[in-house]
Design a protein. Structure first.
Lengths: 271, 269
């Protein structure tokens, strides 16, 4: 057939997407700037740092033309802190640790002070609004200055970027063995949470309802996609006649002029 | 060609050249590809985005060919010069291959959706198609009724959304061939009134469309987006269910966030 793959991007495609993340490198040789289809690449002048897409950084690294500066979260200290949040923190018993904020979104620390997020759109050439999101946010570049008190967080493509850097650039990382072990532990903890969340999936099978997975990683979605969509669609088909009856009842109530808040009172569920 | 066309082409040329537009278009194409792969129905064809991308790919191929030709030049060049040239070439070619992969995967996914629900999309883009032959013509035509007669012809080629014009002609040719094949292999042996491919006898249409209620993963990109329940089952108005906050990732029904996706307020993961 024209296309044999199942719906939703498959793990190799997620890895392909993760390779678009921007990372910081220290070049070992000069290279003039290039005009790529994904945007221009700045000229490489050793020893000045440069920011490149991950696939290009890996290509240069494999040819020993550059060293990759690991992102701040890919450090044993930051990872053990995240692992602690995932396992010990009472707020995240049934949820993933908070993701890095999107542009315009206050960081987790400031969220209690009720700062409202302001999403600032860019405009496409067709005049539509566009809000940037991973892999096109600088979540994996090395940062010189991290504001004190800002908790480390796992970016959307953490598992893929972490593994690719461990494979190709382990000599550039701080303590690669410890990092590998922590990544594995994080993965296990988070997959256990993902599986434990199966119980509340029926909330997504109702019209207007949904299940929150905030903080989930791309590869974790890729792994669970078949199962989650399968369960939700199965539950929807089982409950279809019930839902239709409820809708018809509601239509009748509305026709009689009395539609109260009988619906969607307890749809909000997190795990 | 009149003056407006020339001005428009100059304008487009200027826009296509800026690095910002290249970055933005690349991000848009990537996001669209992810969405097209995740959603059950065919998404509207982003004509101008694809035109710009194809134009850029064409220029990039030219640039790579020029560079390759200069490296093959027998003029004496120093060795170091040649290695950087080879490196540059391999980077450019990798980048090109990545973009071509995106485009190819996108188009193949669209073709797969189109062929799976071909009659549905053909009916969608031919609003004037008469699904059942009228009473008067029925008596005279029933004897010659062939399966391909039920294939609707897209009459208005200027508005084929969500299909691109090329996809429209593909799907029409595809369905006509398929209907003819069905006709010669087994439908021809049936009574004429049972030969149609869009029969809706008994109130059940045999044309199946994609399921809009299937679950998708989305990320909310603005302050707040509500999951809607579209009108149906006797309830005429749209209702808003759960609210998603900025940065949240949710599993929801596709029909509940389709409008927000069209406004760019959520992205499909």
């Amino acid at each position: 057939m024209a296309f044999p793959f199942p719906r939703g991007i498959t793990p190799p495609e997620i890895a392909f997407l993760a390779e678009m993340e921007q990372v910081t490198i220290v070049p070992r040789q000069r290279l003039e700037g290039l005009k790529l289809l994904g945007g221009p690449v700045e000229p490489l002048l050793p020893p000045r740092r440069a920011t490149l897409p991950l696939w290009l950084a890996l290509l240069l690294k494999r040819q020993r033309r550059a060293n990759i500066v690991p992102p701040s979260w890919l450090h044993p200290e930051a990872l053990s802190l995240i692992l602690e949040i995932e396992t010990q923190h009472s707020d995240y018993q049934n949820a993933f640790s908070p993701p890095p904020p999107l542009p315009g979104q206050p960081s987790v620390r400031d969220r209690e002070t009720q700062q409202t997020p302001v999403a600032v759109p860019r405009y496409t050439q067709d005049g539509e609004r566009y809000y940037a999101s991973p892999p096109f946010l600088p979540q994996n570049v090395a940062r010189d200055y991290i504001p004190p008190g800002e908790p480390p967080s796992l970016p959307y493509h953490w598992l893929e970027v972490g593994n690719m850097l461990l494979d190709a650039a382990s000599d550039d990382l701080v303590d690669p063995d410890q990092t590998r072990r922590l990544l594995k532990e994080l993965r296990e903890v988070r997959m256990a949470k993902f599986r434990a969340g199966t119980d509340v999936l029926d909330a997504a099978a109702i019209g207007g309802g949904g299940v929150a997975l905030t903080g989930v990683g791309a590869m974790e979605i890729g792994e669970g996609r078949g199962f989650v969509t399968g369960v939700v669609d199965g539950l929807r088909k089982i409950g279809a006649s019930k839902e239709q009856a409820r809708r018809e009842q509601m239509a009748e109530d509305m026709a009689n002029g009395g539609y109260g808040a009988t619906q969607d009172d307890d749809d909000e569920m997190e795990f | 060609m009149d003056i407006d066309d020339i001005l428009a082409s100059v304008d487009r040329d200027a826009n296509i050249q800026t690095p910002e537009s290249a970055i933005l278009d690349h991000q848009l194409l990537t996001r669209f590809w992810v969405a097209e792969r995740a959603v059950s129905e065919l998404l509207p064809w982003p004509a101008s985005l694809m035109d710009r991308m194809m134009e850029r790919v064409r220029r990039q191929i030219e640039a790579i060919e020029d560079l390759a030709a200069s490296s093959a030049d027998p003029t004496p060049t120093t060795n170091t010069n040649n290695t950087t040239l080879n490196l540059k070439l391999s980077i450019l070619q990798t980048d090109l291959a990545r973009t071509q992969y995106l485009t190819r995967s996108l188009l193949r996914q669209r073709l797969a959706k189109l062929t799976k629900h071909s009659m549905h999309y053909l009916l969608l883009i031919s609003p004037n198609h008469n699904s059942q032959p009228t009473q008067s013509s029925q008596s005279s035509q029933t004897q010659q009724q062939q399966p391909e007669d039920s294939v609707p012809t897209p009459d208005d080629m200027s508005n084929t959304s969500p299909l691109s014009p090329q996809e429209t002609s593909f799907i029409h040719a595809h369905q006509t061939l398929l209907a003819r094949h069905y006709g010669s292999s087994f439908l021809g042996a049936f009574p004429p009134q049972l030969r149609r491919l869009d029969d809706n006898a008994g109130g059940t249409s045999m044309v199946q469309g994609p399921e809009g209620k299937e679950a998708v993963f989305v990320r909310c990109l603005v302050d707040e987006v509500g999951v809607v329940v579209p009108p149906g089952d006797g309830v005429e108005e749209e209702m808003v269910g759960t609210g998603m906050r900025m940065g949240d990732v949710w599993v929801v029904r596709w029909e509940g966030v389709k409008g927000a996706w069209e406004r760019g307020e959520v992205e499909v993961l």
